[in-house]
Design a protein around this ligand. Structure first.
Ligand code: ADP
Ligand code: MG
Length: 733
């Protein structure tokens, strides 16, 4: 039901364009009129529209149709025949009915289109359809006609166009039946909601209001795009685009309008990012780290291995930034286990070599402690002083850490969120590194940067970011990518199994553990903050496994409700090999490094997202031993859950997984939170319109490169500065 009639969703061919929340500069007072000024909109409707973010005529112009119905592809019921393939019918639902009992239930709706009647039938999701479709709905239904005591569609795709009730309602539009025969060939379908519908603001009503507006008034919008640019990318005028997107007569017209509006959306975003990047680079002189007293060289000489090509490239790029007079703002992307910590340490050493302090912020205590251990092991032999600052340390050691940081005694400070608290002062902070940056909000990153007047910033992530998302989400950053893993890593054999195979699975775990392997068994939790029920489930399973398949194995339990010292003790025991099996909730997700762990079992794996599963799998295969990852599916495995598990079994490439994740979940969920600052688009779709995104990005960056102050394009400059005033300097500054 989610997919509408065939041929209604315009798909741009080749490069096409974009708008943001940015309003074009009004040169016409009509645009600022309140909506009550419009014919057909009274105070009550205006109130409902306002709740949907629509206050002025201009807002309404930017309320774009979600899709279009091409009337040339609509078939009359009277013209049905058995040879027809998938077709679309537009009509009104006369009545609906649930027939049959229990498992044999079906939902039937009688549809009338003025030429005849037909039945729509659903054999599943009966309760849902029953809620969705009601007598009086005007819909477009698409399916393949079959004949069974009359024409019918089984499980058609349905798009609601309007709602007509026979009861008297003063606000109800006159329901002339000929209204069903829409004007024009193309019927716009607007985003709907139950509230809009109840206020008689369904798709047809909105279309009528907008058509009326264009019929009665000349709508003029100033077009800030330079003519040359429009010509080069085949973009129509903005006023025309805003008109055609609502009232276009053919799909081609609509498509050209959408092309222009999409281009705008991408272009202004990218221009803003380009401007930000350019101004950051020109900003107050950043720190410069020109000295080199050989610390990095000594570190590299002390390692039992060589940096990988990717690590070396990343270090070179970072050093180039750090040696330049401009502040560094770089993102380091690399799959789990590719060795980002070492790259971070190289950057810290260069900073320290130049007499400044470096800070490394990690999202969890366990991770911060692990980083501290690594850094102490590698940097103290070089004569460096490392301090750990976390929330759970006792008052005395906390005071000591604060003092070491403030006095400058500590050259490297590692910590959690505790680092960004008020009382934390650095003597001379020069470099801020943020690990697993997606775990932090914009504000938290900003707080760390504010610990010094200017500093270099490096953020690291093990969640590979597909190129398109990097373009919109991190367009103002420089990006380094480490593609390869250190040599000698063996592929992790990944399988997924139903949970009726648990005897086999845990038998396998027991055998491996008895042969000296270490294993993780991970349970899902619903929320970021662990709920008591999840903890109970993990505890119960811990007891059960210990009493059955894993009897005799040395097991530990780790969950987010435990106190830090308890967690520490368990983790230490596991890292030291005193525990063979670690039963855990996702606190092991990020970054934990135990090269001797070679088995990962994930219970109810379908409850995890792909990115999380990938992170979890990354906990094994970190040493030279052969590793396994077994994903155990619970009894209620959805198609989507299954395809996630299959993706995991099929590939180990983080970028491939990220792309698959993006396709399955869409962009909204990708970064998990709004905080990521990923813009919302009204008409452009970064997955479908990727080519256009790249075109618009290149156009925007090129424009600023040729004319850094945009002096040659005053209209463009003016528009950028007024509409993006609040976003032109980085949120984090
Ligand atoms: P991540 O990128 O996931 O943070 P880590 O920095 O934790 O990865 O590194 C994973 C493991 O790989 C560590 O045990 C580290 O010592 C090791 N390692 C890092 N670089 C190399 C290398 N060039 N050759 C061999 N092992 C390496
Ligand atoms: Mg890491």
């Amino acid at each position: 039901m989610t997919d509408g009639p065939a041929s209604t969703q315009p798909r741009p061919e080749g490069p096409s364009p974009a708008v943001s929340r940015i309003s074009p500069q009004p040169i016409n007072d009509l645009l600022n009129q309140e909506l009550t000024w419009l014919k057909g909109v009274g105070p009550r409707k205006a109130e409902v529209l306002a709740r949907h973010g629509l206050h002025t005529v201009h807002d309404l112009l930017q309320f774009y149709p979600r899709r279009y119905l091409d009337r040339t592809s609509v078939t009359r019921i009277a013209d049905f025949n058995a040879e027809l393939g998938e077709i679309t019918v537009v009509g009104r639902i006369l009545h609906t009915q649930v027939k049959g009992f229990a498992r044999g239930q079906r939902f039937e709706a009688e549809l009338l289109d003025g030429s005849g009647r037909m039945t729509l039938v659903w054999f599943n999701r009966v309760a849902w359809v029953q809620k969705f479709l009601r007598a009086g709905d005007v819909i477009a239904a698409s399916g393949k006609p079959g004949f069974y005591r009359g024409w019918q569609f089984q499980h058609p795709a349905v798009e609601k166009l309007a709602f007509e009730e026979t009861e008297t309602d003063p606000d109800a539009p006159s329901s002339a039946p000929e209204d069903l025969q829409y004007q024009g060939q193309v019927v716009p379908i607007y985003p709907g909601s139950e509230e809009l519908r109840r206020a008689w603001l369904d798709s047809r009503a909105l279309s009528r209001i907008l058509r009326g507006l264009f019929q009665r008034h000349q709508i003029e919008v100033a077009d800030p795009l330079p003519a040359a640019l429009k010509q080069r990318f085949g973009l129509m005028d903005l006023s025309q685009a805003l008109r055609d997107v609502h009232t276009g007569q053919t799909l081609q017209e609509v498509e050209l309008a959408r092309h222009r509006l999409k281009f705008d959306e991408f272009f202004w975003l990218e221009l803003m990012l380009a401007w930000r990047k350019a101004t950051t680079a020109r900003a107050v002189k950043g720190l410069q780290f020109p000295a080199d007293h050989g610390l990095v060289e000594r570190l590299l000489a002390s390692l039992p291995f060589q940096l990988t090509g990717g690590q070396r490239r990343a270090v070179d790029e970072i050093f180039r930034d750090m040696r330049s007079p401009h502040p560094m703002n770089r993102l380091l992307q690399g799959d789990v286990g590719c060795g980002k910590t070492l790259v971070a340490l190289c950057a810290m050493l260069l900073c320290v070599d130049n007499g400044c302090q470096a800070a490394l912020m990690a999202p969890t205590e366990i991770l911060a402690e692990q980083h501290a251990r690594t850094l102490i092991r590698l940097a103290e032999p070089l004569g460096l002083r490392v301090t750990l600052l976390t929330g759970s340390r006792n008052a005395a050691s906390r005071r000591k850490a604060l003092q070491e940081t403030a006095s400058g005694w500590a050259q490297i400070v590692v910590g959690t969120h505790a680092l960004i608290q008020e009382g934390v002062k650095f003597a001379r902070l020069g470099l801020a590194i943020i690990d697993e940056q997606h775990r932090f909000g914009v504000e938290q990153r900003a707080k760390l940067r504010r610990k010094a007047p200017v500093l270099d910033t490096l953020v690291m992530t093990a969640t590979p970011i597909p190129r398109t998302l990097a373009i919109v989400g991190y367009g103002d950053m420089d990006i380094s990518v480490i593609r390869e893993l250190p040599p000698g890593r063996q592929p992790i054999t990944t399988v997924w199994r139903r949970d009726n195979k648990r005897a086999e699975i845990f038998g396998f775990v027991r055998d491996k553990v008895q042969a000296d392997a270490q294993a993780y068994v991970v349970y899902p939790l619903v929320e970021e903050s662990e709920k008591l029920e999840d903890v109970k489930a993990a505890e119960k399973n811990f007891a059960e496994l210990g009493a059955s398949w894993l009897a005799g194995c040395r097991m530990g339990l780790l969950h987010g409700r435990m106190k830090a010292p308890e967690k520490d003790a368990v983790m230490r025991d596991f890292l030291a090999g005193r525990l063979q099996v670690l039963i855990a909730t996702t606190v092991v997700e990020v970054g934990v490094d135990n090269p001797r762990a070679t088995l990962m079992v994930v219970e109810q794996a379908e409850r995890f997202g792909l990115a999380q599963l990938h992170q979890l799998r990354g906990r094994v295969g970190r040493g030279s031993g052969k590793s396994w990852c077994v994903l155990v599916a619970g009894p209620q495995l959805s198609d989507e859950g299954r395809s996630r598990l299959e993706t995991m079994a099929a590939t180990q490439d983080g970028f491939e997984i990220a792309e698959a994740d993006l396709r399955m979940r869409g962009t909204g969920d990708f970064f998990g939170t709004r905080q990521s600052g990923l813009p919302e688009f009204r008409i452009a779709d970064i997955l479908r319109d990727t080519e256009l995104l790249v075109v618009a990005r290149d156009a925007a960056f090129q424009l600023l490169e040729d004319d850094p102050g945009l002096k040659g394009e005053p209209a463009l400059r003016e528009h950028l500065l007024t509409t993006y005033a609040d976003r032109l300097s980085r949120v984090e500054d």
